[in-house]
Design a protein around this ligand. Sequence first.
Ligand code: SF4
Length: 316
Amino acid sequence: MEDNRIYYSYSEYLKKKYGEKVYKLPVNLPVSCPNRKEGAGCSFCAEEGTGFEAAGAMVPVREQLMASREKVEKRYHAKKFIAYFQNYTNTFLPLDTLRAYMQQAAEVESIVEVCLSTRPDCIRKDYLRAMADFRAETGLEVSLELGLQTVNYHTLRKVNRGHGLAEFLDAVLAIAPYKFPVCVHMILNLPGDTMEDAKESARILSALPVSMVKLHSLYIPKKSVLYQEYRNGRISICAKEEYLERLAEFIALLRPDIAVERLFARIPEKDSAFCNWGHSWWKLTDEWTALMKEKQYVQGVHCDYLNGAALNRWGL
Ligand code: SF4
């Protein structure tokens, strides 16, 4: 982490890994999600899944990548890119089909990595082996984004995640021997969760071979099950100040080498009934930065609970 930084940002991580700025280019595949096939899906999930920025799923991968690459190249003078298979559950495809889409991405110039967004219960050894072969053949990195959202397995059940904490732990440990960087998606203010859940989430992630976290403050898409609960007053969302406090404690407990990709939700306002307490994410970032400074916190300042903490405390 650079000296004057409060947290280790994902952009800093990428710069260190690739020697320059790298940008993610979203790709939508014609894929679904087992949790939607078997029921209504996660209660916070919008009908279109989690990809708001990408093109239609029927547009060929190359075309999607070329279109967004052109925009990003012009705007940021970028030279290296990550093909980000963003929407729904990308490993919920027959392996050959997934491999073919990855190959299409690999054939686009300046792609250095393929990032697959998925669920813990869609990680299996044959898929991991195929990804390792792909990496060996193409020389491209493969990274995985796993949705977890909270370590509180009671909350996971309430929001209908369709998996618990155990499946997440199993997936992370199954990925570890392949050394694919793993990013974990978390929501620190799911209804029913408390500050203790946010803190325990940071502790559990820090004890695992995780490379990145992506944090979202809870937002309520109009086309979600949660929207009905919100409208009927059956759930409440914690105050902004409470979220900022949870975020501060989470980052203070998080292992310093875990890169942080996002701190607040970012979705189009028109699609949501609630998002970021009506504030812009950069205003919230400013407020949170001020809070971190007031507390004299930086990432990992309280990450001293690992590696025989009691032995260390007692000088043994
Ligand atoms: S796992 Fe992702 S795509 Fe599937 S229902 Fe949940 S949020 Fe939606």
